[in-house]
Design a binder for this molecule. Structure first.
Ligand code: ADP
Length: 170
């Protein structure tokens, strides 16, 4: 059975990620979407929330499993019996970093193969980071995230604005 793992922060999951998930799940018997516990970035959603939002977005895909993990991606891949590591590549922005990570992962686990999917044209410029900025400024999120993710983003920023307003009036 072919098992692939698609690791990332998914803070939150976007249509760009989901496009890769759909395409990879059609290629492998099982796809594990691995939500990294503590990425080196400021997170908006905690691990449990990121897993839940991703799970809700992938319920239709029966061979997709969403799980959080800690530590090295290659160790988690091994633990899950994955032979393939899936990543998405957007235009120029991802290549250097992905190449660097691929070389390191190959050094750490030589039997784990990397399969990169070129991001679809319509999602080339979609990143979770940019999406969060747009959401914070009240911009339209149509076509960039599933409805439940758009709701979660709006709620999160409405709460933080409420908190900020309360602090400012003190
Ligand atoms: P981001 O770079 O959006 O903060 P992640 O760390 O969650 O995201 O990314 C996980 C993987 O998904 C990486 O391989 C990244 O290149 C890929 N990815 C992110 N956004 C897109 C997109 N819009 N289209 C294709 N792949 C993407």
């Amino acid at each position: 059975m072919s098992v692939a793992i698609y690791p990332g922060s998914f803070d939150p999951v976007t249509q760009g990620h989901l496009d890769i998930i759909r395409r990879a799940s059609a290629l492998f018997d099982k796809l594990i979407v691995a939500v990294y516990d503590k990425p080196e970035k400021k997170l908006l959603f905690n691990t449990e929330e990121r897993v839940q939002l991703t799970q809700q977005a992938t319920t239709q895909l029966t061979n997709v499993q969403v799980q959080s993990y800690k530590g090295l991606t290659v160790d988690f891949a091994k633990k899950m019996g994955a032979q393939v590591l899936v990543r998405g590549l957007r235009m120029s922005s991802d290549f250097e970093r992905e190449f660097e990570m691929a070389m390191m992962n190959k050094h750490l686990a030589s039997d784990l193969e990397l399969v990169c999917f070129m991001a679809s044209l319509r999602y080339q410029f979609l990143s979770s980071a940019l999406l969060k900025e747009v959401a914070q400024l009240g911009g339209c999120l149509d076509g960039m995230v599933p409805a439940h993710v758009a709701t979660a983003l709006k709620e999160r920023f409405a709460h933080s604005e409420g908190r900020q307003a309360r602090t400012e009036t003190k």
